[in-house]
Ligand binder design. Structure first.
Ligand SMILES: [Zn+2]
Length: 447
C-alpha cells in the first residue's frame, strides 16, 4: 500500500483560519533588505541636495519594523538629520497599509554623499527622492527605487551619465565598467576598486581618458573575480537635464543572501500569524558559505541554509521559501514537542507545516516539489529510496513519497470547509487556469 502515511496525516485545518493570504501578496519591488546606492544632503545655497526615503507597507495586518543605516563614502557611519537629530541608524515602524517618510534636513554646509541600507521584518517598498534646491527654491526631484545588489548592472548611457556604486561586503571588491557605442562596439573600460562598505559616485565625463568625448550607448558594470554582487544606480543627464533610469541589475543569478532573507522573513511572519501560540520570535537564520547542498534546523531555534542550496533553488523564490518553511516546521516541533500534521514522521510533518506557511506567505505551495526535484537531480538520487537530504531521525522516506504526502495535505486542506475560501483566494489569483480536479483549482462553474 503506497503512501500509507497519507491516511494518518492529521490536518489541523483550524490553523488555517486566522490569517489572510491576500495580505501577503506585496508589490514586486517590496523587499526586506533595501539598498539605496546614493544619497546626497546639504550644500551651499546655490546648490543644496535633500534626500527623502519613502517606505510603504502593503501588509493589511502586520506592522513593518525597519532599521535604516546610512554610510559615508568611506564605508563608515554617516550621521544624517532625518528629523530626529544627527544619527546614522534610525529605527521606525510602518503601520499596516501605512507609509513612513524620512526627509533629510540639509544640515551640512557642503554636500555629503553616501548610501543607505534598510532592513525590515516584512517586505516593504522603498523609494529614495533626491531634490535639488537653488536659493531655497526646489528645481528638480529624481526618484529611484530601492534595489538589491547584483553581479551585473546594465544601463543606457552617454558621456554625462551619473553612476553610483556601493560595495556591500566587508572586504574590498573591484568593479569593471565597460562602455559600448550605439552599434554595440566596446569603446572604453575602467576598473573601480571599492573598500569595504564604500561608496563612489561620478560622471562618465570625469574619465575622459577611458571614454570617447561624444560617447553615447550603454554601460555594463561587472564585478571582477571572484564574482561579487554590488549595489549600483545610474542617472541620465543630458544638457543639464536630469532623469531617472530603470534599475539595471540582473534578477538572477544575484544576491542569494538577500533572497534567503526575503523568504525567511516572509515565512516567519506567516508562520507566526498562523499559529500565534508557538513562539517563533527567537528563531535565527544562519547562512553558510559552504559547498554542501543542505538546509537544516537545530534545537536552539536556528535555521541553517548553505549558499550552495540557495544557488540551486533561488531562481524560484517559492522553492527557496519551501525549504526555509520546512525547517521552520522542525523548529515549531522543537519548541512545542508536538508533531501537528503527522505524528509518525517529522519530515512529513515539517513538509506539511512548511507548505501551509508557504501558502500563507503568498508562495506557491507546489514549489516544494520543484525544490525536491532539483535535489533529486543534483544528487543523482532519482530512485525512490535513496534520498537522504535533511532527514531527521531517519524517517525512511523519499522525495517522491514526500511529494505525494504534500499533495494529499494540500488536497485535504483545500477540501475542508474551513480552508476553502483561502484556497479559492489563492487559486483565483495564482492558478486560475488549473484543471478543476486538483487542489487549488477553480471550482466547477455552477450551471
Ligand atoms: Zn527536515
Amino acid at each position: 500500500m503506497p503512501h500509507y502515511w497519507i491516511t494518518r496525516t492529521i490536518i489541523v485545518v483550524s490553523l488555517l483560519l486566522p490569517f489572510r493570504i491576500l495580505a501577503q501578496l506585496e508589490p514586486d519591488s517590496a523587499q526586506v533588505n533595501l539598498y539605496f546606492p546614493q544619497l546626497a544632503d546639504g550644500g551651499n545655497p546655490a546648490q543644496t541636495w535633500q534626500t527623502s526615503f519613502v517606505f510603504t507597507n502593503s501588509s493589511t495586518t502586520l506592522p513593518a519594523l525597519c532599521l535604516l543605516s546610512t554610510f559615508n563614502d568611506s564605508g563608515g557611519p554617516l550621521a544624517l538629520d532625518l528629523g530626529t537629530g544627527l544619527q546614522s541608524r534610525q529605527s521606525f515602524t510602518i503601520p499596516p497599509l501605512g507609509r513612513k517618510t524620512l526627509r533629510s534636513l540639509m544640515a551640512s554646509r557642503s554636500t555629503v554623499t553616501g548610501w543607505a541600507y534598510a532592513a525590515c521584518n516584512i517586505p516593504v517598498q522603498g523609494t529614495v527622492l533626491f531634490r535639488q534646491i537653488t536659493n531655497g527654491v526646489p528645481q528638480v526631484e529624481i526618484s529611484a527605487p530601492a534595489s538589491l545588489p547584483s553581479p551585473i548592472y546594465r544601463s543606457a548611457a552617454n558621456r554625462s551619465l551619473g553612476v553610483a556604486l556601493v560595495n556591500v561586503y566587508s572586504v574590498p571588491i573591484t568593479i569593471n565598467l565597460q562602455a559600448f557605442d550605439t552599434d554595440g562596439n566596446q569603446v572604453g573600460s575602467r576598473d573601480f576598486t571599492l573598500c569595504a562598505l564604500c561608496h563612489t559616485s561620478f560622471n562618465l565625463s570625469s574619465f575622459s581618458d577611458s571614454f570617447p568625448r561624444d560617447f553615447e550607448g550603454t554601460v555594463v558594470l561587472r564585478s571582477s573575480e571572484p564574482p561579487a554582487v554590488f549595489s549600483a544606480w545610474t542617472l541620465n543627464a543630458e544638457r543639464g537635464l536630469l532623469s531617472s533610469l530603470p534599475s539595471g541589475g540582473v534578477s538572477w543569478p544575484g544576491g542569494h543572501i538577500d533572497k534567503i532573507w526575503q523568504a525567511y522573513r516572509k515565512i516567519l511572519a506567516a508562520a507566526s500569524q498562523i499559529n500565534p501560540t508557538v513562539d517563533l520570535s527567537s528563531t535565527r537564520l544562519d547562512i553558510q558559505s559552504s559547498p554542501v547542498i543542505n538546509a537544516w534546523a537545530t534545537r536552539d531555534g536556528t535555521i541553517h541554509i548553505t549558499l550552495a542550496l540557495a544557488e540551486l533553488i533561488a531562481d524560484s523564490p517559492s522553492e527557496l521559501a519551501s525549504v526555509i518553511a520546512h525547517e521552520l516546521g522542525h523548529i515549531a516541533w522543537f519548541k512545542t514537542g508536538q508533531l501537528l500534521y503527522n505524528p509518525a514522521n517529522p519530515e512529513l510533518d515539517a513538509d506539511a507545516a512548511g507548505m501551509i506557511s508557504s501558502l500563507a506567505a503568498g508562495y506557491d505551495p507546489y514549489a516544494s516539489a520543484g525544490a525536491m526535484g532539483k535535489l533529486m537531480m543534483i544528487t543523482n538520487r532519482t530512485d525512490l529510496f535513496s534520498q537522504a537530504f535533511d532527514n531527521l531521525n531517519d524517517p525512511h522516506t523519499s522525495f517522491s513519497n514526500r511529494m505525494g504526502a504534500l499533495f494529499a495535505t494540500l488536497q485535504q486542506a483545500c477540501s475542508s470547509p474551513a480552508a476553502q475560501s483561502i484556497c479559492a483566494q489563492y487559486r483565483n489569483l495564482v492558478h486560475p487556469s488549473f484543471p478543476p480536479s486538483i487542489p487549488l483549482a477553480l471550482p466547477k462553474p455552477n450551471n
